[in-house]
Design a protein around this ligand. Structure first.
Ligand SMILES: Nc1ncnc2c1ncn2[C@@H]1O[C@H](COP(=O)(O)OP(=O)(O)OP(=O)(O)O)[C@@H](O)[C@H]1O
Length: 984
């Protein structure tokens, strides 16, 4: 294997070559020293002696200096100097050392020269934004058209705070925020932000921005670091003129000594085979220098922890949209009114929140007046204009442009995209004869921005989004079988694997495929059969039709996953957003394969919500239920309007809404705005009370049809909710994480329980660390004939409470039971165990802190969902559980927490029992001890669970899994269709 030597050493050998050729003697002592220290091998010696024999000593020295020594690693140079000294050639070593120190001592003007070179470079190259693919030479002036961006902090104590662009650099000087990550969706303006920062630094004005405090600002594309030995090398190659004469060693020295900001753009475009980039992020290189990295989301997850602060660039808000179009009009010297009126259009509101799309919409507005409401329609229209203009310029018909120039271009884009690149290399360009003509169409430019020196000629696509659009065009033109084949090779499940001890961090999110898939759906909108076939594949692979996955960790407390991002199973919705209308054939398939319920949570993307609104037009019979959790949504107006639309839609039953009001006023606005409890609105509500201090107003009330009331973090000061629910037809009452009740609340709850003949579900549970006892309500529950679901925290139950529980269980009406308890008396065990033998209706059971060996009658149940949380699961417990699992043939969801170490043979037995639950779809382990020796049985278990779609294992009990074991496990947990989350 060859290892490169450092740049400055290579340069030193090069610059002193004539001297070295005449001075070095290839003596036996020199060879002995060099071979002993491993700088060269015996084969090298033989080769050099042959050259000396057949040619001259100089030729041999030349071969040694140019071909051998530079490839013998970073240590080779110093060892070579040592060998010279020991072979009576000390004067040669001294000369080289002197050259190095002279070269290294910064001559007075080097820093100023570098600063000046960078400033002129940025000033020349960054003053324009190039958006129009067909006019790559004509840019918008950055100064005149740039819209200042807002960034949202997504890490640390101030998470959620909005900051201005320049403010992200504010605290770097104080030693904090050394590593900053800025993420943003495609074309959201990350590169332009970097451009604006570097450009601002290059300007001579007196502005007091933070960026000005840096001695040097280095802006590189992530790809510029590929194949380099050092950051200095990348600067030399990409930012400085060939003849600027600043040696690499001095550059490196300046990077260490000066106050430098490194900006690396587009991690997502060049994250592989890029050692320097990873070393910079991990702090192994230029550790103390501020580093700002940009990336599309989901590319950096395993590296996220190296960043002190992370931000996202959010879409434009109303003010920014307006500023963008006004600046656009002013720059083009035309009236801004037509653009401003375009912003009023509700249908393109979210398109306008993306700067690139907004610029393209403005361009279209100039050409005609028709509005495009999807991304695909917008890019298709731009594409048409490009084709038309190319035809006019080249005197070809549009059909000819398409056939001879665009088709090959689609192919180039497809190939570039396969390699995650946005360039066509010179050698590839030669594959077609008319490449120059293809360039003239306007999508490709052979100028690479931020690069003055490119040894290899490359042709750059004007923007990654265009590569994606053209790639989708290529796929759209494939024949059906080839296209479906391409689709089948995509991955349709997320995985998130982090094993600290092994330094493994591996992530995949299905959204990565969506820029292309979205365009493809849009392009094939008219081809109903093709579209339906593609959508059917997505429906199947992403488990769209299944019950949504609750977040196993919190499912006990919250029925929907509050923190999760827009899931893989929502991919279809996100793709539907690209259609103007869902064609009838596809609508039929969706109607047939409808999921039982859809959860919209706060991580759901704008396109997911758009897709959801498309479902509103499909005639679901009965209407499809939908839970909506939209707290913390940055755009309050959009949130309101989205929920209103869902509520008004007849095909959707806005079944439950989760609200998290930040104060009393917001609570009242939400309850009133969503008409909670009214006849034709949402009738089930969950309210997080934590920020609510008092009654918002005298007239606070719910509509008369309120059917479910769930209150999280309820305290006696929130009793007005209970009053407002009196006399409403409640079917469900839940008080979750409730740690305190006063007499008044107890009396109100009793009134609610007695008044409600309809009540089928009750939950009274406290937060896990402050256990409340709610056993005194059991007598009331026992009176409720229709009770089907009971979730309760019990501590020290009285005999009366136990008798009531016994009556509830034996009535055999419960389909769901959850007992939160940290202390089970033998008597409570016996009530439960006896009850289990007659509870044939029970389908869902959740037990906490239980010792399962006292509950052998569990095997009489027929459960679909079971969890055993924080329970004592020793070898005896595992034996009982394994036995029980063998009798639960319909089990679909299982969670097991392991709180003590158990024998490996017990684990194997348990995995074997789980492997027999062939209907299992969701499996979650907590604190599992997964040593290499049990890996084969974990693998066998997962392999046999064909319907498993989610596997999670959080917090390994010890670090006994080795790389060998993981290698065996990896393909199994990464199988397509399985959403995996394994974290230690
Ligand atoms: N702040 C801004 N002001 C005006 N126009 C902008 C701004 N940001 C972006 N744009 C426009 O949007 C286009 C795309 O932006 P940019 O290339 O910076 O996005 P990106 O987030 O780096 O995209 P990707 O992840 O797809 O590479 C720019 O070429 C420019 O036309």
């Amino acid at each position: 294997m060859e290892f490169k030597m450092e740049d400055q050493h290579r340069e030193c050998l090069q610059k002193n070559r004539i001297f070295l050729l005449s001075e070095i003697s290839l003596s036996a002592v020199l060879f002995a020293n060099l071979t002993e220290s491993g700088v060269i091998t015996d084969e090298h010696v033989e080769k050099l002696q042959n050259i000396e024999r057949n040619d001259t000593t100089k030729a041999a020295v030349f071969e040694f200096l140019s071909e051998i020594l530079p490839k013998r690693g970073p240590e080779a140079f110093d060892l070579f100097l040592k060998a010279l000294c020991e072979s009576e050639q000390r004067h040669v070593a001294e000369r080289l050392n002197k050259w190095l120190s002279d070269d290294c001592s910064e001559d007075a003007g080097t820093f100023e020269r570098l600063q000046d070179e960078l400033r002129t470079h940025y000033n020349d190259k960054l003053q324009f934004i190039y958006t129009m693919p067909w006019l790559p030479t004509e840019g918008f002036s950055l100064k005149e058209t740039f819209v200042q961006r807002r960034l949202r902090l997504t890490s640390g104590d101030r998470k959620g705070t909005e900051v201005k662009m320049d403010e992200i650099l504010a605290s770097v000087g104080e030693g904090r925020n050394k590593r900053i990550l800025v993420e943003g969706d495609p074309a959201q303006g990350k590169s332009t932000l970097c451009q604006a920062l570097a450009f601002a630094w290059s300007q001579p004005d007196e502005a007091s921005e933070n960026i000005k405090s840096f001695d040097l600002v280095i802006l590189l594309h992530a790809g510029d670091l590929r194949g380099q030995d050092s950051v200095g090398g990348a600067i030399k190659k990409h930012l400085l003129p060939i003849d600027c004469g600043i040696p690499s060693r001095q550059l490196e020295k300046l990077l260490q000594e000066k106050n430098v900001l490194l900006i690396i753009d587009a991690f997502d475009e060049a994250s592989t085979e890029n050692e320097i980039l990873h070393e910079l992020i991990e702090g192994k290189r230029l550790k103390h220098k501020p580093l700002l990295v940009t990336s599309r989301p989901n590319f950096l997850e395993n590296k996220q922890r190296h960043f002190e602060s992370t931000f996202t660039v959010e879409g434009y808000n109303n003010r920014e949209r307006l500023q963008h179009v006004k600046q656009y009009a002013e720059h083009k010297n035309i009236a801004s009114a037509p653009f401003e009126s375009m912003l009023e259009e509700e249908s393109i509101r979210d398109l306008c929140s993306n700067p690139l799309n907004l610029t393209l919409l403005c361009l279209l507005r100039e050409e005609d007046t028709q509005l495009r409401i999807t991304r695909t329609a917008l890019y298709t229209e731009i594409h048409r204009i490009i084709r038309r203009k190319a035809g006019e310029r080249m005197d070809l018909t549009e059909a000819e442009v398409e056939e001879s120039l665009l088709r090959p271009l689609y192919q180039f884009a497809f190939e570039a995209h396969q390699k995650n690149e946005t360039v066509v290399r010179e050698k590839d360009s030669k594959k077609v004869q008319n490449f120059q003509r293809i360039c003239e169409v306007g999508y490709l430019t052979n100028e690479v921005i931020i690069s003055r020196l490119q040894k290899e000629v490359r042709f750059q696509f004007t923007h990654k989004t265009f590569v994606e659009f053209l790639t989708a065009k290529h796929i759209a033109e494939m024949d059906r079988e080839e296209r479906m084949n391409w689709m089948r090779h995509l991955r349709y499940a997320d995985y998130h694997i982090r094993i600290r001890g092994l330094a493994i961090g591996d992530y995949f999110n299905v959204e990565k495929n969506e820029p292309i898939l979205g365009f493809l759906f849009g392009l094939l909108e008219e081809e109903s059969a093709e579209l339906t076939q593609m959508a059917s594949l997505v429906i199947k692979e992403t488990h769209f039709s299944s019950e949504p996955v609750p977040m196993p960790l919190h499912s006990f407390l919250f029925p929907i996953s509050l923190d999760s991002s827009c899931e893989a199973s929502h991919q279809l919705l996100r793709l539907l957003a690209e259609l103007n209308v869902v064609p009838p054939e596809l609508a039929d398939v969706i109607l047939k394969r409808r999921p039982p319920l859809i959860n919209i949570h706060r991580g759901c993307s704008v396109s997911c919500r758009r897709g959801m609104l498309k479902l509103c037009n499909l005639r679901f019979q009965p209407p499809i239920p939908m839970n909506v959790y939209l707290s913390d949504s940055p755009d309050e107006e959009e949130k309101m309007s989205f929920v209103q639309k869902l509520i008004e839609c007849e095909n959707i039953e806005g079944s439950k809404i989760w609200i998290y009001p930040r104060n009393d006023t917001e609570l009242w606005n939400n309850v009133r705005g969503f008409r909670i409890g009214q006849a034709n609105s949402v009738q089930q509500v969950s309210i997080n009370c934590i920020a609510i201090e008092g009654i918002p107003c005298e007239e606070f009330s719910f509509g008369n049809h309120l059917s479910e009331l769930e209150l999280n973090w309820f305290t006696p000061s929130h009793s007005f909710f209970l009053e407002a629910a009196l006399h409403k037809p409640l079917t469900s009452l839940q008080l979750i994480c409730c740690d305190e009740l006063d007499d008044r609340c107890i009396s109100l709850i009793r009134q609610l329980l007695r008044n409600q003949r309809n009540l089928q579900r009750v939950q009274l549970t406290s937060s896990s660390w402050k256990r409340q006892h709610f056993g005194f309500f059991l007598a009331d529950f026992a009176q409720m004939e229709n009770l089907q679901s009971l979730e309760i925290t019990l501590k020290n139950s009285t005999n009366e409470a136990k008798r009531s529980l016994e009556a509830i269980l034996k009535r055999n009406k419960l389909s769901k039971l959850a007992i939160h308890s940290s202390k089970y008396s033998l008597c409570l065990y016996s009530v439960l165990n006896d009850g289990f033998s007659s509870m044939s209706s029970l389908r869902e059971l959740h037990l906490q802190y239980v010792n399962i060996i006292h509950l052998p009658n569990l095997r009489h149940l027929d459960l679909i969902n079971f969890s055993l949380l924080y329970s004592t699961l020793n070898d005896d417990g595992i034996a009982v559980l394994s036995d029980v699992l063998r009798s639960w043939r319909n089990l679909q969801q299982l969670r097991i927490d392991f709180d003590v170490s158990v024998a490996e043979c017990s684990l194997r037995k348990l995995f074997k029992a789980i492997a027999g639950c062939h209907r299992l779809q969701i499996l979650h382990f907590q604190w599992l001890e997964m040593a290499d020796s049990v890996v084969p049985s974990v693998c066998k278990m997962i392999e046999s669970l064909k319907q498993l779609r989610k596997f999670t294992s959080y917090v390994q009990r010890n670090k006994s899994l080795t790389e060998e074991g993981f290698k065996q496990l990896e393909p199994i947990i990464k199988r397509n269709g399985l959403n995996t989350d394994v974290r230690q």
